[in-house]
Ligand binder design. Sequence first.
Ligand code: NAD
Length: 485
Amino acid sequence: MHAVGNFIDGSFLPAQSGKTLNDFDPATEKIVATIPRSQTEDVESAVAAAHSAQEGWANLTLEQRANWLDKIADALEEKTEQIAQTESMDTGKPISLARRVDAARSVSNFRFFAEFGRQQTQQTFQMEDALNVVHRSPVGTVGLITPWNLPLYLLTWKVAPALLMGNTIIAKPSEITPLTAHLLAETVLELELPKGVFNLIHGLGPEAGQAILEHPDIKAISFTGGTETGRIVARTAAPMFKKLSLELGGKNATVIFADADLQSAVEGAVRAAFTNSGQVCLCGSRIFVEEKIFKQFKDLFVENVNAIKIGNPMDETTEMGTVISPEHLLKVESYIRLAEQEGGVILAGGTREMTGYNGPDGVGAFLRPTVVDNLSYTSRCATEEIFGPMVTLHSFTSEQEALQMVNSSEYGLAGSVWTSNLERGERFSSQIDSGIVWVNTWLHRDLRTPFGGVKNSGVGREGGQWSLDFFSELTNICIKGSNGN
Ligand code: NAD
């Protein structure tokens, strides 16, 4: 167990109050670290450090900052195994997943934005008698607040473009998964990134997080987390006219038409449902299947779900580890009980029993992947975000009915559509109220594309140009008498 500090002005520091919080491994339920329980005064120190660093960082060229991003990527890549092990321990996710997804993507977030930054050209608009030149400047000190499901992956997705565009950072990772953010702070310290450019504050959302939202010198908030927290973020930051990016919850649909390749649709639906124990905001937790193949799909789906190897997250062959915490386990289980009360039929899972492993001491937040049939698509289990290894199955008879069911959700983050008719795939997808839809695949990402949701899933987009736009301010300079030559 080690004591993690805040990272302020290039130094690791305890909370000024001296208070700490415990960080647990959800597979063993043991304390693995303590973190500072930061308050307003810690955020104030971090903002003061960021302010002192702002001008120097903004004065570097884009190329120089892109080079910094590459250096960080290289250093993180060397720590791939350490990142994967740390993330697996902190979240309970399988080590293979932590390597393949969390560690790899954290590196590629920095590499991608470095390269993308270098490709930027200045925008100009020529008029008959004047030239408009669009200048970009940093927003200033920005607050980055992130959740527990993909801790370093989601943090670096914000840190890389924010640094690239010349901003200084106050980052707050989830108090449940603080360790890889600490590792990032250690990395930038080793690389001697200018002091105060990247600052890290640990602590509880309503305390440290809220202090970040409220600080008048933090000019933008990029938040990823739950919809209810998103409301608090918007309520606090919007009246201060801070720039806001809100990436919130989801209740995503997987839609399978009868003409789909059944085997790949089943495999895709299983992956979409249970990757990271169903704790990816993009997970497909409502599965709509065309009536004609419903029974066939259901049998094969359940067979595949029952074959998922659950167990010790550190075991190389484990495919599903724990959920994030014992508290979250109870929440997901309460939905399983609710499903039964609502008339649902549990086709798979529903229990904590493992196929061979329940943590070294028979403890741990392990739950079998759970499939529920026979519930209305309007039931609570099929409409509320559970964010765990539990999905509901529904059948439809026409494209129109499927669309109506999918769009009945108050969320609109992502979805996947499975059909051999690609024209229908695109047409149907374009009618789903959602920021991202995949056809015949899931979580296939090109980092240049827009990422974000509609309805209760959020406001704004991240990715490629959208991230650069969020982390910069534009000034249009109209020069009369210039013909642009
Ligand atoms: P959460 O909203 O509880 O917490 C997210 C972050 O906000 C944490 O760092 C937390 O400490 C902080 N926070 C909490 N209260 C705060 C406050 N009052 N002021 C400022 N910060 C505060 O979410 P979570 O449980 O950590 O994550 C799960 C949720 O995140 C799910 O709803 C999931 O769908 C969503 N999510 C969305 C995306 C996306 O891209 N749309 C990605 C991943 C996760």
